[in-house]
Design a protein around this ligand. Structure first.
Ligand SMILES: [Zn+2]
Ligand SMILES: [Zn+2]
Length: 284
């Protein structure tokens, strides 16, 4: 009797041993999976933090704490300091015009014939506005795309545009690899969703990795943009007779969006509009 009990206990112990070994194996597997999941969780955590953290607690411009009812996640001081384009603008490119300035179009537009039909913007480009765009462009702050698109939605809502496609100014694949995202796409996707327009980033492709434009003079900018864009595969049937809105972060002389518009119009697009968050100052 005693011996039978002992044998049974021995068997039980062996089974427990096997179970423990199995549990050990499972734990090792879970551990291995967790290591594999780490980067995914890291990204999820970042996306989650992007979602709830800075945009609703801190001013997207100066980083000071804000109340959550504050419009566009901007503090009162920044809202007051930002040069909103809410008065007279160039009827062609949308750039803000000075009060005393008599013409309906800015200096640049009086010299250059643009390919696009009309341009719109939200702010005049200055130091504060540069900071905002910089956050979006160089610091990987993707939620900024959503925030800027919120502002842009309120601006473009006034225009009653009939838009078939909203497209970003494409960046070259080398730059895309370097930065990880196209800032114009971030704005474009969010704006398209807010306006219920169709977003596409395959109608145009960037075929040339162009030099940075900020040091170039207007004529050099145009040269730099020559043959920089081409029609995307299968885009010809899509763009025919369509109204297309090109989105970018900043408009300076318009040579980039003009180069885009030229390709789309040559492919049969009906009309091209341009919408940027910021536009340069009308130089006297
Ligand atoms: Zn602020
Ligand atoms: Zn203009």
């Amino acid at each position: 009797m005693m011996r039978t009990k002992l044998t049974m206990m021995g068997t039980k112990l062996t089974m427990m041993g096997t179970k423990l070994t199995m549990m050990g194996t499972k734990l090792t597997m879970i551990q291995a999976n967790l290591t594999k999941l780490k980067p995914v969780f890291g990204r999820l955590k970042k996306a989650f933090m992007d979602l709830v953290y800075p945009a609703n607690i801190y001013c997207i411009c100066c980083g000071e704490p804000i109340f959550d009812h504050e419009l566009y996640s901007l503090c009162k001081s920044c809202t007051e300091k930002i040069a909103w384009v809410n008065q007279k603008g160039c009827t062609k490119c949308g750039k803000m015009l000075q009060d005393w300035y008599e013409s309906e179009i800015c200096i640049d537009c009086s010299y250059v014939k643009h390919h696009f039909k009309q341009g719109f913007c939200c702010v005049q480009y200055g130091e504060l506005e540069r900071q905002l765009i910089h956050q979006l462009k160089y610091h990987g702050k993707g939620y900024m795309g959503r925030k800027l698109a919120e502002i842009m939605q309120d601006r473009i809502g006034f225009e009653n545009l009939d838009i078939h496609y909203i497209i970003p100014v494409p960046i070259h694949k080398l730059k895309l690899r370097e930065r990880g995202y196209n800032q114009a796409s971030l704005i474009g996707k969010n704006l398209a969703a807010a306006m219920n327009w169709t977003y596409s980033d395959s109608l145009l492709v960037r075929t040339k990795d162009t030099e940075p434009m900020n040091q170039l003079r207007p004529r050099e900018r145009r040269r730099n943009m020559q043959n920089a864009f081409a029609l995307g595969k299968k885009a010809k049937e899509l763009v025919k007779d369509k109204s297309i809105l090109i989105v970018d972060d900043i408009f300076t002389t318009g040579s980039t969006v003009d180069a885009c518009a030229e390709v789309l119009l040559a492919a049969g697009a009906k009309e091209i509009y341009v919408f940027t968050f910021a536009a340069g100052v009308n130089e006297k």
